[in-house]
Design a protein around this ligand. Structure first.
Ligand code: SF4
Ligand code: SF4
Length: 139
């Protein structure tokens, strides 16, 4: 059976600054929950995981494209923008626009694991951790 090859892009604030090891995304991928539910019993494989290139205020939203390109290079046909991106990122729609324009062949999916709280609560927790500096994103 052919495999669906999945790439994940995460928010670098969550993964690089707050040390999330992407475990929640991976758990729901293996359990076919959250945004991964749609794969059902299909055979899937992770092609790679990349964080965004940091907030693109000055760099521009095209700064996400090399991250996408590298996932495609390693075979990804389905690219998920992580739950944390969908919950906190003010640039999400701009990212979706540039990615879809350049890589129209890719299945771009918004979300990964199931939300464990409201987006607002998640944003507040992230803000608190960034201000406190910090232990880790793991509760
Ligand atoms: S969506 Fe959750 S588990 Fe995945 S990288 Fe973001 S904070 Fe970590
Ligand atoms: S808020 Fe958006 S642009 Fe900034 S680090 Fe997170 S995903 Fe990247």
């Amino acid at each position: 059976m052919s495999k669906i090859k999945i790439g994940i892009i995460t928010c670098s604030t969550c993964t690089r600054e707050l040390d999330c090891p992407v475990g929640g995304c991976l758990k729901d991928l293996y359990d076919r929950k959250g945004a991964f539910k749609e794969y059902g019993n299909q055979n899937i494989e992770i092609s790679g995981i990349n964080s965004c290139n940091g907030c693109p205020t000055l760099k521009g939203e095209e700064s996400i494209l090399p991250k996408i390109e590298s996932l495609i290079h390693y075979g990804a046909t389905h690219i998920h923008l992580s739950y944390c991106m969908t919950a906190v990122c003010p640039f999400l729609n701009k990212y979706v626009k540039v990615i879809s324009a350049k890589y129209s062949e890719i299945n771009l999916i918004q979300g990964t694991h199931e939300p464990h709280q409201s987006n607002e609560e998640f944003r507040c927790d992230i803000k608190e951790m960034l201000i406190k500096r910090r232990k880790t994103i793991i509760p």
